[in-house]
Design a protein around this ligand. Sequence first.
Ligand SMILES: *Cc1c(COP(=O)(O)O)cnc(C)c1O
Length: 233
Amino acid sequence: MNDERRAELAANLADVRARIAAACAAAGRAPEEVTLIAVTKTFPASDVRLLAGLGLTQVAENRDQDARPKAEATADLPLTWHFVGQLQTNKARSVAGYADVVESVDRTRLVTALSDAAGRAGRTLTCLVQVALDDREGRGGAAPGEVPVLADAIAEAEGLRLGGVMAVAPLGGDPAEAFGRLAGIAARIRDSHPGATVVSAGMSGDLEQAVACGATHVRVGTALLGGRRAIVR
Ligand SMILES: *Cc1c(COP(=O)(O)O)cnc(C)c1O
């Protein structure tokens, strides 16, 4: 059973790596410029362990109640945990206990909460500003005009490090157009924060467009792990 799953994950991983390599070649970029993050939400810790065995080091989850036990169950592995879901301030303390990167920072109150939590935990959290690329409410992300202020707040906060920006392409929109806008926002943030080099964009369905627009990190769930049983958001 485990061997079968391992073979399935290995084949999926080879496919995804080939897609990233092809997208990099088409964009004139080196494949090492793009980091693959496995989004393991709804899948068991045993899959995280198998992926780590296949050489993956970056893992993402979007719900604290699922992420925490998985991170604890795999604490012996050399993994970097990314939190990519909408985050309530009252979960900041829990997330700061295991996450290395919080990709979904979209308001100043969350910056304050994460800074406090990082201080208590004695850890440094890398934070990305999540940018809303559509006007739809409820999917998280700061309006593009709010991004510079949030970036400054993270950069100045004790215990936090500004990594860059993250976005999800709008539902039903043109991902290339949306990721192009994200690239412009990311470049403006780098003008004042040269170390904020991360552009986390692209998922199973649109990683090629994201790589073409300069993504440094792609977050891939379905194409690596298979279909999720329940749609969480
Ligand atoms: C689920 C999720 C992904 C991965 O999506 P897939 O389409 O399954 O690759 C990426 N980013 C975020 C924020 C997610 O919630």
